[in-house]
Unconditional design. Structure first.
Length: 173
């Protein structure tokens, strides 16, 4: 006659009395294999997930740079040169675009430089202490408008080397 052992979940484990050494449940080796498989899956999935988050936050910079481009074109349609002032109001001295120096979601600082009658440079830099600083060669994004041509570039959070190539992965569209 089999011996029944009750488990807290209400299940029962049936084992014949002749085989007293037989155990119910999982062995330590089986549990270690499951833990190893879960750890392997996490080691692959977590970095991919983090990269996806960084890429989605990059859109905050791209949207801010596009907003500045539109404001600059509106400004230039009424004046002889592009504005060199990002945050100053249009009625300030010197007048400016009246935009924030911070991207909408707050992941990037924005700056406007080299404004002339034919172009300007606008840069989005990942904020110090923020997660986007670790976005590799996409921590800084810039748009250079010069004589009707537009260059989209990116760079690491430090250094002076910019990637202005047309196939720049930071500007995937």
């Amino acid at each position: 006659m089999p011996h029944h052992q009750a488990f807290p979940s209400g299940w029962t484990c049936v084992r014949p009395r002749a085989h007293v050494t037989r155990r119910c449940g999982f062995t330590l080796v089986e549990l270690l294999i499951v833990v190893a498989v879960v750890a392997l899956l996490a080691a692959v999935a977590v970095p991919t997930f983090i990269d996806s988050i960084k890429k989605s936050r990059r859109s905050d910079a791209i949207a801010a740079l596009n907003l500045i481009q539109v404001a600059q074109e509106r400004w230039r349609s009424n004046r002889p040169a592009y504005s060199g002032e990002l945050t100053a109001a249009a009625n300030a001295t010197p007048p400016g675009l009246g935009l924030s120096a911070l991207s909408t979601s707050g992941y990037y600082d924005l700056s406007l430089t080299s404004a002339t009658a034919i172009g300007y440079t606008v840069t989005a830099t990942a904020r110090d202490g923020g997660s986007q600083v670790n976005d590799g060669n996409c921590a800084r994004l810039r748009v250079i408008v010069q004589g009707g041509n537009i260059l989209y570039g990116s760079a690491a959070s430090t250094g002076s080397t910019w990637n202005d190539a047309g196939d720049n992965r930071c500007w995937s569209r």
